[in-house]
Design a protein around this ligand. Structure first.
Ligand SMILES: [Zn+2]
Length: 96
């Protein structure tokens, strides 16, 4: 299932809740079927990956969820597929 850049994750309401577009190329959302035993699951991220020409999804289970709202994750997020790298603090993406 390959979606174009103009069909971003905020359109994909089936599997995710509270999907937010951080930048035109980065979005995050929460799995709809959260494990009730896990009280603070981490969000799922998508970034538009130019080398792959698609929205590339990845979990953040290795990151510390400092705050859910506004979203704050530590440490920085780095996707080796294209080198997209930045922090999510105070609900904002900060490129590194
Ligand atoms: Zn990438």
């Amino acid at each position: 299932m390959k979606k174009p850049h103009d069909d971003p994750p905020t359109n994909w309401c089936d599997w995710w809740t509270e999907v937010h577009q951080l930048t035109p190329d980065i979005a995050y959302g929460w799995p709809r079927n959260e494990d009730p035993c896990e009280d603070e699951p981490n969000p799922w991220f998508w970034h538009w990956c130019p080398p792959q020409g698609r929205w590339n999804g990845a979990g953040t289970s290795n990151h510390t969820l400092v705050s859910r709202s506004p979203l704050h994750l530590e440490p920085s997020l780095l996707w080796p597929c294209c080198g997209t790298h930045g922090f999510v603090r105070n609900g904002q993406w900060e490129s590194v």
